[in-house]
Design a protein around this ligand. Structure first.
Ligand code: GUN
Length: 289
């Protein structure tokens, strides 16, 4: 029997509905939640992602400030913009779209964002808090995946999770979130041995490789009734797909996410949620001083 689709569009809408209500409450206190985005260069995929983020903000009543910078900007110029947004009390969240052009350093840039405005959860401060179960602003894709588990009341306690990604945006924050819920997490990567065997033992597989030449998750690699969360999105044989073919995987899995329409919409929804959290954090702190 085929498993249950984890519908990212439906779950993202439920998050957006809650965010919309929170925006109204903040507006009543004269707080207008505002997200500033910084897009450097003309990477078409990044431009589309940023456009989608602005559109989603508009839908729920979050104000946006759009900073588009030329691809040859210097680190000093980018730092100056981040500094000015850190100081601007009308801005509650700052997002620097990644990747950045080669002359710019992602760590230097994201570390410069005020932790209270760090809606990507990428500053060392927020990553440190996450590892200590104290974070308020968590990277959007990982927290979106946790929201999907919660929507379907999937209990993670004692589950064996194979996580195939170790990036700062996805794998590392997810590792901590899963561990917090008492899952046993094996964090795999390009050098992992026996990946196929590990997948076959897993109760839950979360995969974010994004290159079918390197890795494809096929039904023979999963256990009957396991849960598959596919974070990747890539073009393959003229179709948008993930690391797995949803139609095949869902025949064997108990739950799986489609691509598109799975994790992707959750990332945007959680950015909106983080912006509301940041607006509350910034204005509370502001009132204390
Ligand atoms: N590039 C791809 N995904 C993301 C994301 O979640 N945040 C940022 N800032 N850049 C990205």
């Amino acid at each position: 029997m085929a498993g249950i689709k984890i519908d990212g569009k439906e779950i993202a809408q439920s998050v957006k509905d809650r965010v919309k209500e929170a925006v109204k409450v903040l507006n009543e206190q004269n707080i207008n939640p505002c997200l500033a985005t910084i897009l450097v260069g003309d990477n078409p995929a990044s431009a589309t992602y940023v456009r989608n983020k602005h559109k989603a903000c508009e839908e729920v009543g979050i104000v946006t400030k759009d900073h588009k910078l030329s691809s040859n900007i210097t680190q000093t110029e980018l730092n100056a913009l981040v500094d000015s947004l850190n100081k601007d009390s009308s801005v509650h969240g700052i997002l620097v779209q990644l990747p950045l052009p080669d002359q710019l350093n992602e760590f230097v840039t994201t570390s410069r964002i005020s932790p209270l405005k760090d809606v990507d959860g990428l500053t060392p401060y927020n990553i440190g808090l996450l590892s200590m179960k104290k974070s308020a602003l968590i990277a959007c894709t990982p927290s979106g995946i946790m929201e999907m588990f919660d929507f379907h009341n999937i209990d993670l306690k004692g589950k064996n999770v194979v996580l195939i990604n170790r990036s700062n945006l996805v794998g590392k924050p997810l590792y901590h979130l899963l561990l917090e819920r008492d899952a046993t997490v094996i964090n795999c990567h390009s050098k992992t041995k026996n990946l196929q065997e590990l997948c076959q033992m897993a109760d839950i597989i979360i995969t974010a490789v994004g290159d079918r030449n390197k890795f494809t998750l096929t039904p023979d690699m999963i256990k009957e009734g396991s849960i598959v969360i596919d974070v990747a999105i890539l073009r393959h044989e003229d179709k948008l797909v993930g690391d797995s073919d949803y139609d095949k995987i869902i025949q064997k899995a108990s739950y799986a996410t489609p691509v598109p329409g799975g994790v992707g919409p959750m990332t945007v929804a959680m950015l909106l949620k983080n912006t509301i959290t940041a607006a509350s954090l910034n204005t509370q702190i502001g009132k204390q001083y």
